[in-house]
Design a protein around this ligand. Structure first.
Ligand SMILES: NC(=O)c1ccc[n+]([C@@H]2O[C@H](COP(=O)([O-])OP(=O)(O)OC[C@H]3O[C@@H](n4cnc5c(N)ncnc54)[C@H](O)[C@@H]3O)[C@@H](O)[C@H]2O)c1
Length: 340
């Protein structure tokens, strides 16, 4: 099978590419990525010389590039997105552009080319927020959409478009909505890598509000395995919810990281809450568990230890990312695209 992966230089996409090339010795991957600030080809160093892997620098909003990259592929796995809620609050336009318009362009091109399988990677954030009072309540495939941030609204828009293509054109797509991922190659603006890196340097760990907002955490390789299963065995037209059975709030995350690194609790610092902050996400993943046999395999404690070790052993990876040169270089890459 030849798969077009969009956003494969990002956190989950790069883990997914490594997983697929390792697991399927005859599969080929084309990775279409714009290399925004979040895209990093260093994530793919281990496969860059693999003859079954090809990188295409380009924007999913550029029809010509998308058509070139997708031609001769059998399937598409769509990760490319603007993914950071805080950035969507200060600048929503690019979120609508990439997440909504970009997805529509991919769908139309895939339909024109007769792509046999399209998997759209989405988030639990489209469902809105659960209360902290009723901890039994969880999101599931039939939960109505109620996004609150520009990020989640744009992802909801993209999910609706995929469903519209399924219903209108009998388009062969599947969707997954997953909870918060963590693990290797996670950009250090997100809470877990940010807290780890700050704790290494004895810098404050900035906790939103009172630290009570709960997220469900899944180790990234478990997410990759779920997408792999859906791609191969999922029923066309269906949505699958993916979760880690690991609900943690900001205080749990900071305490666990500080404990594991033997750092003082005084590093915990409370900062102004995120605007429109959702209080709790949790996922009922029984559909994918019962129908496809998937379940999370890495516990939070185990996953967090592995993640801390990865950041310890890959200091040059994250040091480069937080440097000014890295961000300038990324801007230069983005400008290059305009000339393709
Ligand atoms: N990270 C999570 O916890 C999580 C959870 C559930 C779902 N998701 C979804 O999974 C997908 C991947 O998330 P991630 O955390 O790996 O994101 P990320 O920000 O780490 O990576 C996104 C990638 O997309 C690329 N990209 C952005 N705009 C592009 C464009 N216009 N054209 C081509 N490439 C572009 C970036 O360069 C980057 O490589 C997203 O769709 C996100 O909504 C993420």
């Amino acid at each position: 099978m030849k798969i077009l992966v969009t956003g494969g230089a990002g956190f989950i996409g790069s883990n997914f590419i490594i997983h697929i090339l390792e697991k399927y010795p005859d599969y080929e991957i084309v990775n279409l990525d714009k290399l925004t600030y979040a895209g990093n080809l260093e994530n793919l160093k281990s496969v860059e010389n693999n003859t079954r892997y090809k990188f295409v620098l380009g924007d999913i909003c550029d029809r010509e590039i998308v058509k070139k990259a997708m031609t001769s592929c059998d399937a598409v796995v769509h990760f490319a997105a603007e993914s950071h809620v805080d950035r969507s609050i200060t600048g929503p336009t690019i979120f609508v552009q990439t997440n909504v318009i970009g997805t529509e362009i991919l769908l139309e091109t895939a339909r024109d080319l007769g792509i046999k399988r399209f998997h759209h990677v989405s988030t639990d954030e489209v469902f809105g927020s659960l209360s902290l009072e009723n901890l039994k309540e969880k999101f599931a495939e039939n939960t109505p959409y109620s996004p609150h941030s520009p990020y989640s609204a744009s992802k909801a828009g993209s999910d609706h478009l995929v469903r519209a293509f399924i219903d209108t054109y009998n388009f062969p797509a599947t969707i997954s909505n997953c909870t918060n991922n963590y693990g290797p190659f996670h950009f250090p603006e997100k809470v877990i890598p940010l807290f780890i890196i700050n704790a290494f340097a004895n810098k404050p760990l900035p906790i939103y509000g009172t630290g009570m907002a709960v997220r469900d955490y899944l180790y990234v390789t478990d997410h990759c395995k779920a997408i792999d299963l859906i791609l191969h065995k999922g029923k066309i037209g269906e949505t699958y919810c993916i979760g880690g059975d690991s609900e943690k709030n900001g205080l749990d995350i900071s305490d666990t990281i500080l404990n594991l690194l033997s750092k003082p609790k005084t590093l915990k610092t409370f900062v102004e809450d995120r605007k429109g902050h959702d209080m709790r996400y949790a996922m009922d993943h029984s559909k994918i568990t019962n129908e496809l046999g998937w379940k999370p395999t890495v516990t939070f404690e185990e996953g967090l230890k592995k993640t801390i070790d990865w950041y310890k052993n890959n200091e040059s990876w994250w040091r480069k990312i937080i440097s000014k040169e890295y961000l300038d270089n990324n801007r230069a890459q983005a400008n290059k695209i305009k000339n393709i």
